[in-house]
Design a protein around this ligand. Structure first.
Ligand code: FES
Ligand SMILES: [Fe+2]
Length: 449
């Protein structure tokens, strides 16, 4: 192709293609939708759930969530099983919720307790029910399982959600996005955007270490339950390796979002644990916790008070905190992801080397979706003795003054070995895990100090 053939080619390149429905459509009875429905998903913050019913949409389903007068949380199909009035106008009762239109009373499991206008002995309560889903509350978030009632998986407790011996505060939050779930969920597989979006292009991070180009590798997780990556920068005299993973379908844990590699640190854990939950094909939510503890955010940039409903303590993450013009001057993840379009068209992309993790994540999702579609199950992660799911995300910062910053191959090799050390310590409690990582990393790095 001559360079002239690449000039003024708007007409030839105008988009006419469609999104990939297999990955992006999650409504009822779609392949990805059925796959999502095999997992526990957060649906709301506990503080949103009260005796006034809240209308929700999750995976394209209209739902209502409420707390009944005995304090139990119910998650029901929003339209009443009788003649489809919305239960967002229902009145909560001691047990369940009563539809405003003809007074049918539904328990939180969807069984019908009363049909007051019907003759005594009516068979209706014995033959029909309201759609309902089991819920579980954990640390200020409400999770639901929206799949077949005979395949309820264990509730997932990642080790970062139960850090033994660490005073770890978990502050719940959510963020609404007017775009498809996948373009939000795939962002953590692309750590290169931190160099450009967060640092070189916008200066949003104000920490120049983030603007260094990392050496990144993506690694297989046992059982294909997700992908973990090693992300290695040289900064001053330090080798800074971030490990992070995405568990399928869309659980991600960025390490400390304000990390500053200015001294040795051995495995401070995660700044965020987040789920990207499809609302419908054109909207999604991040529902998550921000973590605060003594090993994170040494420079004190975080702020608990700025974490909650549509807010988080990092610029450019929501559509409500700033004007359009402010977003144009200093765009963040929110502007980058939402502006990809209502549903990003993969056929119009041109992926490069830095997109390897995104491509691999999509391929793994497809495989997992097809497995469920053909009657298979969902791969379950292995568990620690205490029942938690071991995770990899954290930072290792170690002195490496003799490591040549231009020797990317040695850096790559060391980062992979540090990833293996982090992996070898899965299952240890937080304190002894950090000690063991420090011991092994110091041994590994002895020739480079
Ligand atoms: S529509 Fe709900 S009771 Fe009639
Ligand atoms: Fe980002």
């Amino acid at each position: 192709m001559t360079t002239d053939q690449l000039k003024y080619q708007g007409h030839a390149r105008v988009s006419f293609r469609a999104e990939d429905p297999e990955l992006t459509h999650t409504g009822p009875r779609t392949p990805a939708g059925e796959y999502f429905r095999r997992h526990w998903l957060p649906v709301a913050m506990t503080e949103q759930v009260s005796e006034t019913p809240l209308a929700l949409e999750i995976l394209g389903e209209a739902l209502v969530i409420f707390k009944d007068l005995s304090g139990r949380i119910g998650l029901l199909h929003r339209q009443c099983a009788h003649r489809r009035a919305s239960l967002e106008y229902g009145i909560v009762a001691e047990n369940g919720i009563r539809c405003c239109y003809h007074g049918w009373l539904f328990d939180i499991d969807g069984t019908i307790l009363e049909v007051p206008g019907e003759p005594e002995g009516s068979s209706i309560p014995d033959t029909i029910c309201q759609g309902a889903y089991p819920v579980r509350e954990y640390q200020g978030l409400v999770f639901a399982y929206m799949g077949p009632s005979d395949t309820v998986p264990d509730f997932p407790v990642y080790d970062t959600m139960d850090q033994k011996g660490v005073a770890n505060e978990m502050v719940p939050y959510y963020i609404d996005y007017p775009c498809n779930w996948l373009q939000v969920a795939e962002n953590p597989m692309d750590p290169f955007h931190s160099v450009f979006l967060h640092t070189r292009v916008t200066r949003a991070h104000f920490n120049p270490a983030w603007g260094e180009m990392p050496v990144v590798d993506w690694h297989r997780m046992k059982g294909d339950t997700g992908i973990y990556l090693t992300n290695a920068r040289m900064w001053q005299n330090y080798l800074w390796v971030r490990t992070a993973e995405v568990f399928l379908p869309m659980v991600a844990q960025p390490p400390d979002i304000y990390q500053n590699p200015d001294k040795e640190k051995f495995f401070p854990r995660v700044g965020i644990t987040k789920w990207t939950v499809p609302v419908n094909d054109h909207a999604c939510k991040i529902i998550a916790w921000r973590h605060f503890n003594d090993t994170l955010d040494a420079d004190g940039k975080g702020d608990r008070a700025s974490v909650g409903a549509n807010k988080i303590d990092f610029v450019g993450q929501t559509g409500v905190e700033r004007s359009y013009e402010e977003g144009q001057k200093m765009p963040g993840d929110y502007e980058a992801q939402v502006s990809q379009g209502s549903i990003t068209v993969h056929a119009d992309e041109h992926l490069g080397h830095t997109d390897y993790g995104v491509a691999r994540y999509r391929a793994m999702l497809k495989k997992a979706i097809r497995k469920v579609e053909s009657g298979g199950g969902v791969a379950a992660p292995s568990l620690n003795d205490d029942g938690t799911i071991p995770t990899m995300a954290g930072d290792v910062i170690v002195e490496a003054s003799k490591l040549d910053p231009d020797d990317r191959e040695t850096r790559r090799k060391l980062a992979t070995q540090i990833g293996e050390i982090v992996q070898s310590t899965l299952g240890l409690s937080e304190g002894s895990r950090a000690d063991e990582i420090e011991r092994q990393v110091r041994d590994l790095m002895a020739p480079y100090r």
